[in-house]
Design a protein around this ligand. Structure first.
Ligand code: SAH
Ligand code: SF4
Length: 388
């Protein structure tokens, strides 16, 4: 067996770890022990797992591995936020961001290197798609954040209390790996975060939302960004496949399946002159009447290769007021940490595109259509911090 064929203990859910031990003729509770070592104590050297017999440790060393992605760079903002560049096995780099706030610390993690969905306002989408992250690469982001923040050593700078899947990629297009990672994030003998503190953000992959209830009860955020199909299809190509009415039906179904009362967050990236008119707010208020929800307005964060602009503060405030008067709870994401250049949903990393999309955008840029701009992972992107 080569190193890469061996099961990676860092990326196995509790159920899969138990199966591994039972299949090897061992007791299933070994799974809890190994999970605690890796995910609660940060130990990735099997020799140090002292409550496991020496014989079993030798067996594990021969037949399994513990492998996590590499951290290439670590940026810290003056306001305490962090951005880490993570190298994944496919050769791409992805980004994750930690945002400390009073009373909570939110980690925004990536699920794919790049994204195939090409929303017109998103830097990740413009890079094309390279690969799905493995479970270990997804959970490895939380492991590294805990490690870098001193949570394993007891010298804790801050704690990760919330995880949002709002980094690079569409989580529901990497369904199986994301489900296993969520399972580890929420597992008591691993990170033990509650379902209310773990959020999947999706652009609306309807068949996957329909399946979600059989795998998780994590919280849901929906990237809506437009109150009607015509506009949504213009800025989010996925809407042509799964239009708004189908999306609403599917989201309602998931929310109804949860055992507690929770509402989805509707994310609405506001782009000047595109979807920020008062009438859009009125239409949105009508559209969402059937779906109890909270609304999160995200002022567009500019990046190179996009000519979109962020709306004025007064447009944002008018939009918000219309929705509030219609009875909705509305938050506006605040901008922080632009000194380290990071924003969930517009992270760029360094993706080896497998589609031809990034080269097409670059070509257009050199032809002057985007002012000769190029991708740059240290773009002065602003952190969208006011998390769900
Ligand atoms: N693919 C998922 C999760 C990643 S994107 C999704 O689309 O939901 C996370 C959030 O950032 C989404 O709501 C997305 O619309 C938003 N976003 C993307 N680009 C942005 C930009 N340039 N400015 C502000 N928000 C952006
Ligand atoms: Fe992909 Fe989400 Fe960006 Fe759209 S907004 S391109 S779905 S990462």
């Amino acid at each position: 067996m080569t190193a890469t064929d061996k099961p990676n203990l860092a990326g196995l859910s509790l159920e899969k770890l138990r199966t591994l031990f039972v299949d090897a003729g061992e007791k299933p509770f070994r799974a809890e022990q190994v999970m605690k070592w890796i995910h609660q104590r940060g130990v990735v050297d099997i020799d140090l797992m002292t409550d496991i017999s020496k014989d079993l440790r030798e067996k594990l060393k021969l037949s399994t591995q513990i492998s996590l992605p590499e951290i290439l760079q670590d940026y810290k903002s003056d306001d305490g936020s962090h951005k880490w560049i993570v190298k994944v096995a496919s050769g791409s780099n992805v980004e994750m961001v930690f945002i400390p706030e009073s009373g909570r610390g939110t980690l925004c993690i990536s699920s794919q290197a790049g994204c195939s969905l090409d929303c017109s306002f998103c830097a990740t989408g413009k890079q094309g798609f390279n690969s799905n992250l493995t479970v270990a690469e997804i959970i490895g982001q939380l492991w590294w954040a805990n490690s870098k923040l001193g949570c394993f050593s007891g010298e804790m700078e801050r704690r990760v209390s919330n995880v949002v899947m709002m980094g690079m990629g569409e989580p529901l297009l990497n369904f199986d790996n994301v489900m296993d990672a969520l399972n580890i994030i929420m597992e008591d003998c691993a990170y033990g975060l509650s379902k209310r503190k773990v959020t999947i953000s999706t652009s609306g992959v309807v068949p996957a939302i329909d399946r979600l209830k059989d795998y998780t009860d994590a919280s849901l955020a929906i990237s809506l960004h437009a109150p009607n199909d015509e506009l949504r299809s213009q800025i989010m190509p996925i809407n042509k496949k799964y239009p708004i009415a189908e999306l609403m039906r599917s989201v309602k179904g998931y929310m109804a399946s949860l055992s507690d009362k929770r509402v989805p967050v509707i994310e609405y990236t506001m782009i000047a002159g595109v979807n920020d008119h008062r009438q859009h707010a009125r239409d949105l208020a009508v559209l969402l009447r059937e779906l109890p929800c909270k609304i999160n307005l995200i002022p567009f964060n500019p990046f190179s290769l996009s000519d979109y602009r962020r709306p004025s503060d007064s447009s944002i405030s008018n939009f918000r007021q219309i929705l509030q008067k219609a009875g909705y709870t509305v938050t506006v994401r605040t901008t922080r940490a632009d000194d380290i250049g990071a924003a969930c949903g517009q992270l760029v990393g360094d993706v080896e595109d497998q589609t031809r999309r990034s080269s097409r955008y670059k070509q257009r840029a050199t032809e002057g259509k985007a002012g000769g701009k190029s991708f740059n992972s240290t773009d002065n992107l602003a952190i969208a911090a006011d998390r769900v």
